[in-house]
Design a protein around this ligand. Sequence first.
Ligand code: PMT
Length: 399
Amino acid sequence: MGILTNRRVLLGIGGSVAAYKGAEVVRLLKAAGARVRVVLTAGGARFITPLTLQALSGRPVHEDLLDPAAEAAMGHIELARWAELVLIAPASANLMGRLAAGLADDLLTTACLATAAPVMVAPAMNRHMWAAAATRANRHTLEQRGVILLGPDEGDQACGDSGPGRMVEPAELVATVARHFGGGPLAGLRVMVTAGPTREALDPVRYLSNRSSGRMGFAVAAAARRAGAEVVLVAGPVALATPPGVERVDTVSAADMLETVMSNLAGCDIFVAAAAVADYRPAQRRPDKIKKDAAIMELALERTPDILATVAMVEEGPFIVGFAAETRDLERHARDKLERKGPDLVAANLVGDKQGFDSDYNALTVYWRGGSRDLGRATKGELADGLITLIAERMIEQG
Ligand code: PMT
């Protein structure tokens, strides 16, 4: 039984390069147990064939508003009534405009007008088209009418531009659909995630820190939210947008992060320590800027508090996931951290000049007492989804 078992989803696919991802949306919806019927616009059919979508959905694809056979039984009304949810992915600027104008000039727009089901729209277009005043107005109109906009994401676009306009990834869309129906493996749980570096002040203008961008931790927070959890994200100093639906608390130093974590721990079911917390800090923070008088300067450093180990010592505390950032001997060091710091899982990554830190990609192997799982190399978003699935499985396993 999947989290969407027997849910009836009408998937509209518009005319955008991202239409090929519509096939993956169908596959994932089906894998989650949903019943899927696909409506392909004329534009969409230029990018992906009905045959592919038919094979994946297991049903004929609907394309024509004035199909005599279907319309003998008022096909567009039947489709609109059948749907428990309409998901349009991708939605082009043109399709959003037609929906906002209330047009019924093809099967998809007509079904949207005729349905009582909620409508979710995942836009996909060039970033300038997304920023255009007309698109902004259409988006506003749709939202005012209760249409749920999903994304778009930011990133590289098929046209060579980079910016907002990419369709949200299929797995994220399906997780949102699952959440809409009250599903998700972490539904009802509270998750706290630490992310990013810490800064340990030397003087009023300088600090010790590291290359963590916060992307891995932010991806874990977003994945936990997609899985239905309430999420608190304790962030070090990073330049990232807060994932939708996530509560964020910004911190600076290790001491600051520890205090924030401990004051949010009550009621927390899962704690994920993805932050690259500084292990040492200057023993003294100088009140004034250090002058460059000496030819060689020595700094005395002291240990910072270990946040992960502190949380692991709390009685009846949450399920705990630590990270291990290593440059060699990944498994040995990860298993050592598992024993020394006391988490339930350790997600280990090799880090270096070109991997782990400050990249959209990573590779993770997760260790626990008596087992491990290689999540492979993928985007941090995909790895975060894999990690969340594994956390849910291990929690069930541990009872
Ligand atoms: O932020 P990105 O650019 O996306 O990069 C991702 C990442 C490489 C930072 C991330 O995947 C990662 O590995 N995070 C943990 C980095 C780290 O500090 O690893 P560590 O092996 O030094 O620490 C082990 C664990 O103890 C970690 O869970 C860490 O959060 C925790 N720790 C460490 C020191 C400390 N004082 N307190 C802690 O809680």
